[in-house]
Design a binder for this molecule. Structure first.
Ligand code: ZN
Length: 287
C-alpha cells in the first residue's frame, strides 16, 4: 500500500496568489478526506500577517468533519506553532527546515544550525506522530546543488531526536530520478515530496517508491509553487500520481473520479486552469 499525503490545502494554497477563506479551505479538506486519502496536511501554524493564505488555521481545523482512517496534519515551524497545534485535534505534526543556510535564512531567519536546533526542540517535545520534512534536499534556489552528505547528516540527527518519519523534499523541482534513488536508499527516508517544475516530478516519485519510500506527498490539481522560486510550478498533482500508480497495479485506496471532481471544482474556485493534466485529459478508460 502506498500512502499519499495530500498537501494541497497547505503547501498548495500557501503558494497561491488568491487567499481563500478558512471556510473554503476546510471544505477542500473535507472533500479530499472523502476520496479515501489516508493523510491530509490541512493547515500551517504561521503568523496570519506573514502568510495570509494560511490565516485562521484553528478555524479551518474546527470546520473539519473528521473521518475515520484519515490522519489530519499541521505544519509547525517554531515553538508558538507547536503550542497552537497542541491545542487542536490534529493527529500529526510536520516540522520542516531547509538543508542549506541560505534557504533557512530567507524562510525562517535562521542559519542551518539554528534551524536544526529549533526543529529539534519541537520534535523532542512531541516525538510521536511527527514528520520532519527536509526542504531543498536536492537543490536550493540560492546555493545550487545540495551535498547529499549534509542531507544524510540531517536525517540521522532527526532520527536521534525521535522523529518517527522523514520526508525529503525537492522543493524547487530540480531533482532527477537517479538522485532521488540514491538519496532515498542511502537515508532510508520514508517519504518523498516532489515538484514537477522541470517535468521530473512523477518519475522522481515513482523512483522514490522503488528505492523504498512508502509515503508520497502530492497536491490536488498540482497546486502550489515555491515563493522563493517565482517560476517554479507546483507540486506533483495527486490525481495524476494516482493514475500512474494505480495503472501500474499500485494500491493507493483513493477514488480517482472523486479526486478529478475536486480539481474541476477548484478550477472554478480559483478561476484558472490548474497544473494537473489528468482532470483535463480525462480518465482512461473513461468511466
Ligand atoms: Zn511542495
Amino acid at each position: 500500500m502506498i500512502s499519499i499525503c495530500e498537501v494541497g490545502p497547505r503547501d498548495g494554497l500557501q503558494n497561491e496568489r488568491d487567499v481563500l477563506p478558512a471556510e473554503t479551505r476546510a471544505e477542500l479538506v473535507n472533500r479530499l478526506a472523502a476520496t479515501g486519502l489516508p493523510r491530509i496536511e490541512a493547515v500551517s501554524f504561521v503568523r496570519d500577517d506573514a502568510v495570509p493564505q494560511m490565516a485562521g488555521a484553528e478555524e479551518v481545523v474546527a470546520a473539519i468533519e473528521r473521518r475515520d482512517g484519515v490522519e489530519y496534519a499541521g505544519l509547525v515551524l517554531n515553538e508558538k506553532g507547536l503550542e497552537r497545534l497542541n491545542a487542536t485535534s490534529l493527529d500529526r505534526m510536520n516540522v520542516t527546515l531547509g538543508a542549506t543556510d541560505s534557504f533557512n535564512q530567507r524562510n525562517a531567519n535562521a542559519s542551518l544550525d539554528e534551524a536544526k536546533e529549533r526543529a529539534s526542540a519541537i520534535v523532542g517535545a512531541r516525538p510521536a506522530k511527527t514528520t520532519v520534512t527536509i526542504s531543498v534536499a536536492f537543490g536550493c534556489p540560492f546555493e545550487g546543488p545540495v551535498d547529499p552528505g549534509v542531507v544524510s547528516g540531517l536525517v540521522d540527527h532527526f532520527r536521534e531526536v525521535g522523529a518517527e518519519e522523514i520526508v525529503l523534499a525537492d522543493t524547487i523541482g530540480v531533482a532527477t530520478p537517479g538522485q532521488v534513488k540514491s538519496l532515498i536508499s542511502d537515508t532510508s527516508a520514508q517519504g518523498f515530496h516532489g515538484h514537477n517544475t522541470r517535468n521530473t516530478g512523477y518519475a522522481n516519485a515513482y523512483t522514490a517508491l522503488e528505492a523504498g519510500a512508502t509515503i508520497l506527498d502530492a497536491s490536488i490539481g498540482g497546486l502550489g509553487g515555491c515563493p522563493f522560486a517565482p517560476k517554479a510550478t507546483g507540486n506533483i498533482a495527486t490525481e495524476d500520481l494516482v493514475y500512474m500508480l494505480e495503472g501500474d497495479g499500485g494500491e493507493t485506496g483513493v477514488d480517482l473520479d472523486a479526486l478529478v471532481a475536486i480539481s474541476e471544482w477548484l478550477e472554478t474556485v480559483l478561476g484558472r486552469p490548474l497544473e494537473g493534466q489528468l482532470y483535463r485529459a480525462g480518465l482512461f478508460p473513461s468511466a
